[in-house]
Design a protein around this ligand. Sequence first.
Ligand code: TRP
Length: 334
Amino acid sequence: MARPRVLSGIQPTADSFHLGNYLGAVRQWVTMQETHDAFYCVVDLHAITVPTEPDALRRRSRVAAAQLFAAGLDPERSTVFVQSHVREHTELAWVLICLTGMGEAGRMTQFKDKSAKFGESAASVGLFTYPILQAADILLYQADRVPVGADQKQHLELTRDLGQRFNHRFGDTFRLPEPYILKEVEKITDLQDPTAKMSKSSSSPAGILDVLEQPGPLRKKVMRAVTDTGSEVLFDEENKPGISNLLRIQSALTGTPIPELVARYEGQGYGTFKKDVAEAVAETFTPIRERTEKLLADEKELDRMLAVGAGRASAVAKETMAQVRDKVGFLPTL
Ligand code: TRP
């Protein structure tokens, strides 16, 4: 039996991934390459749905790819590539855009949130069609599973709807993917505002732990994380969101269940606990940062690795797109 295929994407919108990206996406991707035929994509086409400076985009695309390899994605086993290298993403997106209702696209809550930030009329049409491009990313590879955060559920439902609609209208073409959402990583929150998600776009620098940050600043941020009144290390999301967040982080990084951590720190206060969390974060990120720096120091080699990924991805994408072109009624190119 062939391994189930998995596809996911991550945006190159920052100079480093943060802890939320790492636990919520990257680390799961690494695990999944053991059991899946894995395709992982740096989604630069998605990045330009908001104004983006070209040099920053180039830098961030390489930094994103380097971090993926550094975190453990094996270019032999996983197909790691840059979305814009495979032209079929935009081509399929166009076909799917033509199958999407205006009202249907208008219901996407992430668009509403993001466009509210710019002001409705300043948001690009690209931002509006963002979820349809994402559907193309997924359907192109006939993915069985899509590991994403809970905030992406609606986009996956749209993906299934569009795939199904195409299949219904033009004949069976696309596999309909299942979301693959891991529970414990749904909620890595801002260290300074533990009721809000840790996020590049909304958290302050003090609220974010960056993978490529030096151990000193990382430790400082954990030690300064907002904690709650009282002094006991207890998991209580409502009354102790700060400590609960740190418990989730510590548990995810060390593999120790939360109740065991709570028992371990009984009677010890926040200080000792925070020191250990800081240590776990620094220990996890340091080797990844060092490997990332090495990969970035040899840009040619990194670009070559990405070209290999693009070649493998293209082979699959071309096959799907050939079927799509034919089924839609485009003339063959001779
Ligand atoms: N929208 C996703 C996010 O913000 C990124 C993404 C783009 C993606 N294309 C994808 C995720 C395809 C999974 C599959 O996290």
